[in-house]
Design a protein around this ligand. Structure first.
Ligand SMILES: [Zn+2]
Length: 693
């Protein structure tokens, strides 16, 4: 039944409108009250309903503006909002167009669709609670019970309804917590319940809300009064009050868009019940709607002539940094909650904090992985699994864990992209030596590597590291397939990478379509030996057809970076090379210079934030470190010389590239939408815990 209603709800709405209109038509077709009423109208009196309509609209605009500021941190001028709201009133002539219009406009100013919808529901929900309370008080004060005894049950009913509406989110929160069941839709309702109860508790918001609702309520009643006066219909104030009361309640639960025809019919029947005739009741409602329509047109014209949008870019001036981690508005899609915490932090609490519990460490998952690998039927060669090593902390520590703790015999693959730092090479040798592992080094053809890297420079893209990253992952996957090794263990982990850099800083290195397009436009060499492997190839084909499995063991143990470094230094004589990923001289140059100076993106923000959230770094220390440059001037000059000579370009050429017009990955072909689609599915299936945008 419910499915049936949902499926055909639009048809049902149309049928409701037709039925209501027909009833109205047949009831009034033989009456001459309409023509009598209309001929008695003094058009001058229409000015009062019009003004009241405009006042009510402005009050609504203020109410929603204040709520948006209080609940989702809307950060725009009142003028901009008023323009959006006034325009939306006009667009509302097409059912729901105004609603969507507001959502799209607010998105430009960093309010996500979800937050917009939540705020919208918050207003309806709170408004309903307040409305029922106010009505109860009014009835208690104004009604003469001896005459209208049927009001007595309402005095119990209305407060009960208010209480019930108030309790809905609390009840659903309680039930959903008991269910303890992860599901995209249930999560949505859980978030909504939390949003409603949390914001309802805010004293300031409650005060603003209550005052606004009260004033709107009073003006709304005056609007009905003024319409009756305008129509010159003899109706008592009590009857007007009842028509208005019933309509206000009904309009809280729209059956048709803006309750067109439904409200009219109800007003008409209320009229009949109260001893005035059907037509007069209906006329009042129609003219209330008419005054609303004319007010909407008036404010729309006013807004078109006098109000201006502020440019979303101006918001760049409104710098904001998360109060908990160090992510900031250099990620243009970041959002903050009322506490000033960013969406990465909120996502961490919701989806990733479970990895940092004793329950996870003691889950035995890591032993299960090792058992699964050891007992694998696929084992056709001497190695249990393949691990990649870069010389950095994560990969070196992984080698240590795999051999010492998991007692596995891995084949270690190192991909030499031509940019290894001395320390990285030394580190790899020491680890391999001490752990007695077999190492295979895959050397990427330098001519091809250089050509692809230069293509990315010329493409003016932020992520210059795509060629290196792709070469490393492509080599590992292709090598595993070639050697018939079924398990790859990687050093990927949430402990140091729970915040993934936004795609505008670091687009997917695995998107082959993107790489091909850029090389086609800017490359010169033929990439004959470059180890390509598309994301869909290894995520789908290798995985499901070749049985390749990838694990991240560090996620199932207590992995602390500082402790890992200490162990590596003590047991292997491993040497610290500074920041994450700086095992490659190119990466160091790219992250510390190109990305930071040319684009204003500091990848250290994401790295430090990950460490802050996992209690491995203090926020103050991170802020202090971010203030310093990754390079001092002399080192920087030396590094630039090195990079230029290695890539065989002059310093002038590099300067020219530095000063070129910045582009984003969206300026080139890519599988972005397809990948995002898969990311969404993975998120729904709980296979991806991080935010990827
Ligand atoms: Zn944060």
């Amino acid at each position: 039944m419910l499915n049936f209603i949902l499926k055909y709800k639009n048809y049902i709405k149309i049928i409701v409108i037709i039925v209501c209109t027909s009833i109205i038509y047949f009831k009034i077709k033989n009456e001459n009250i309409i023509s009598e009423t209309l001929s008695g109208i003094d058009i001058k009196n229409s000015i009062i309903p019009l003004i009241l309509g405009i006042i009510i609209m402005t009050l609504w605009s203020t109410l929603i503006f204040n709520t948006l500021k209080g609940t989702v941190n809307l950060n725009i001028k009142f003028q901009t909002w008023t323009k959006i709201f006034f325009n939306s009133q006009f667009y509302n002539f097409i059912p729901f167009a105004g609603f969507f219009y507001k959502g799209v406009q607010l998105k430009r100013y960093n309010i996500s669709y979800k937050n917009y919808l939540f705020n919208y529901l918050f207003i309806i929900w709170s408004f309903a609670i307040f409305a029922f309370i106010i009505f109860s008080i009014e009835i208690a004060v104004f009604v003469d019970y001896k005459q209208d005894f049927f009001f007595i049950p309402i005095l119990v009913l209305f407060p009960s309804i208010a209480l019930f509406i108030f309790l809905i989110p609390k009840i659903s929160k309680f039930v959903l917590e008991k269910l303890n069941f992860q599901n995209y839709i249930l999560d949505f309702f859980y978030d909504l319940s939390l949003f409603l109860t949390k914001n309802f508790k805010k004293k300031k918001l409650k005060k603003i809300f209550f005052l606004n609702v009260l004033v709107i309520h009073i003006f709304d009643f005056f609007l009905y009064l003024s319409v009756v006066k305008f129509l010159n219909i003899p109706i008592s104030i009590k009857t007007i009050f009842l028509i208005w009361l019933i309509n206000t309640i009904i309009d809280l639960f729209p059956v048709t868009p803006q309750n067109i025809a439904v409200s009219e019919l109800l007003a008409a029947f209320t009229g009949t019940l109260l001893g005035i005739n059907f037509t007069s009741g209906m006329l009042v409602r129609i003219f209330v709607r008419m005054s609303w329509v004319f007010s909407a047109i008036t404010v729309f014209i006013f807004s078109s002539i006098f109000l201006k949008f502020e440019e979303p870019e101006d918001l760049g001036k409104n710098y904001q940094i998360c109060k908990r981690c160090v992510m900031d508005t250099s990620d243009s899609n970041i959002t903050f909650n009322i506490k000033g915490e960013c969406d990465y932090c909120q996502n961490f609490d919701k989806n990733l904090s479970k990895y940092f519990t004793e329950k996870n460490y003691n889950s035995g998952k890591i032993q299960k992985i090792s058992t699964q690998i050891k007992s694998s039927k696929h084992k056709t060669n001497q190695y249990d699994c393949l691990i990649g090593i870069s010389g950095g902390v994560d990969s070196c520590y992984l080698a240590h864990v795999v051999k010492r703790d998991l007692k596995l015999n891995p084949l270690v693959l190192h991909v030499d992209t031509g940019w290894n730092s001395k320390e990285a090479v030394n580190n790899i040798e020491k680890i391999i030596d001490k752990l007695n592992l077999d190492l295979h080094t895959e050397v990427i053809n330098w001519k091809e590597m250089r050509d692809l890297q230069l293509s990315f420079f010329k493409a003016q893209l932020p992520n210059l590291d795509i060629p290196q990253d792709h070469a490393i992952f492509g080599s590992i996957y292709n090598f595993a397939i070639q050697k018939n090794i079924k398990f790859i263990l990687t050093g990927g982990n949430f402990s140091t990478e729970c915040i993934r850099e936004p795609l505008e800083w670091a687009y997917h290195a695995s998107d082959l379509k993107h790489i091909n397009d850029i090389h086609l436009k800017f490359g010169q060499e033929n990439l004959k030996t470059f180890p390509f492997s598309d994301i869909f190839q290894y995520k789908l084909y290798y995985r499901f057809f070749k049985g390749l499995k990838i694990f991240q063991p560090l996620n199932f143990m207590k992995y602390n970076k500082a402790e890992a470094i200490e162990i590596l230094e003590k047991e292997y004589g491993w040497i610290n090379y500074g920041h994450k990923h700086y095992e490659s001289r190119f990466t160091k140059f790219f992250e510390g210079y190109w990305l930071k100076k040319k684009f204003g993106y500091d990848k250290r923000r994401a790295h430090y934030s990950s460490l802050i959230l996992t209690n491995q770094m203090k926020r103050d220390d991170a802020i202090e470190k971010l203030d310093t440059n990754p390079y001092d001037e002399i080192t920087l000059r030396n590094e630039i010389d090195y990079i230029c000579s290695k890539l065989n370009i002059s310093k002038d050429e590099l300067d020219k590239l530095m000063n070129g017009k910045n582009k984003t990955f969206k300026d080139y072909k890519s599988s972005y939408y397809l990948i995002q689609f898969f990311v969404k599915i993975c998120k729904i299936l709980n296979l991806e815990g991080r935010i990827i945008r």
